[in-house]
Ligand binder design. Structure first.
Ligand SMILES: C[S@@+](CC[C@H](N)C(=O)[O-])C[C@H]1O[C@@H](n2cnc3c(N)ncnc32)[C@H](O)[C@@H]1O
Length: 246
């Protein structure tokens, strides 16, 4: 495993503990086969040292580079990739069941513009060059509802620092959740972070899904369980270089 890169300002390695489930129910036979055959073709490996070359990761021809963190069953990522064949996508997911479902969608839909990262997404962010990504989705991340577990949430000062560094100026960070406490948590972190802004929008419009929205498995679960409103935030990256963050 490669060492985590150092923070350019403090010289200290940037760490983040990972908490999550990596395996669960057994995979279907077809999914298991795809893990052995298709995954090695699509899988992103971390470099032994230094940064990763985005042109290799996303293909040279990709007009835009988009990452989805924690894609779950891959409904949203597969639809985006199908509708935007000239955009390159990297999906990050640690849960084998989700990876199996994603591989099946890639195979059935014949998607050619997705690579997969199967470890903690933060580790990928750490090796991406400054201002190399056009947009990042984080949809229905694990809510970790108990106060003593809030520090496990993906949104934190540390992850926002890294997102602000890798996003291009004006690049987007899109976040969705059905958990009001996580929505407030994320807004508070974003509003405190000099690398991001929340463009003005009419009150309540944050309950409207992003345009061309594909509901995800977790959104459907939320609706079934009676949580009928979600929060959809689209944040913009400021020019972090000029702010001295890169
Ligand atoms: C609550 S599920 C939501 C899945 C999907 N986005 C949806 O809306 O249906 C959160 C997913 O994020 C994945 N995950 C959590 N932390 C992650 C991390 N650090 N890197 C990559 N995936 C992560 C989990 O394995 C899980 O599948």
């Amino acid at each position: 495993m490669s060492k985590p890169p150092e923070n350019s300002q403090t010289g200290k390695p940037r760490h983040r503990a990972f908490f999550g489930r990596v395996s669960g129910k057994r995979l279907h036979k077809g999914q298991h086969a795809l893990l052995e055959t298709l995954l090695p073709e699509l899988q992103v490996d971390l470099p032994e040292e230094g940064m990763i070359d985005p042109e290799q990761l996303f293909s040279k021809a990709a007009k835009q580079r988009i990452i989805e963190i924690g894609y779950g069953g891959g409904e949203h990522l597969a639809r985006l990739a199908e509708e935007n064949p000239e955009t390159g996508f990297v999906g990050c997911e640690v849960f084998t069941g989700g990876i199996g479902k994603m591989l099946q969608k890639i195979a059935v839909q014949g998607l050619k513009n997705i690579s997969l990262f199967t470890e903690d997404a933060f580790r990928l962010l750490q090796v991406l060059p400054d201002a190399s990504i056009d947009g990042v989705y984080l949809l229905y991340p694990d809510p970790w509802p108990k106060s003593r577990h809030h520090k496990r949430r993906f949104v934190s000062k540390t992850t926002l620092d890294e997102l602000a560094r890798v996003l291009k100026p004006q690049g987007f960070f899109r976040f969705a959740t059905d958990i009001e406490d996580y929505a407030n948590w994320t807004l508070a972190h974003i509003l405190r972070h000099e690398g991001f802004e929340w463009p003005p929008c009419p009150p309540g419009s944050w309950h409207n899904p992003f345009s061309g929205w594909q509901p995800t498995r977790y959104e459907e679960k939320a609706r079934r369980e009676g949580r009928d409103k979600s929060f959809y935030f689209s944040f913009r990256c400021r020019d972090a270089q000029n702010l001295g963050l890169k």
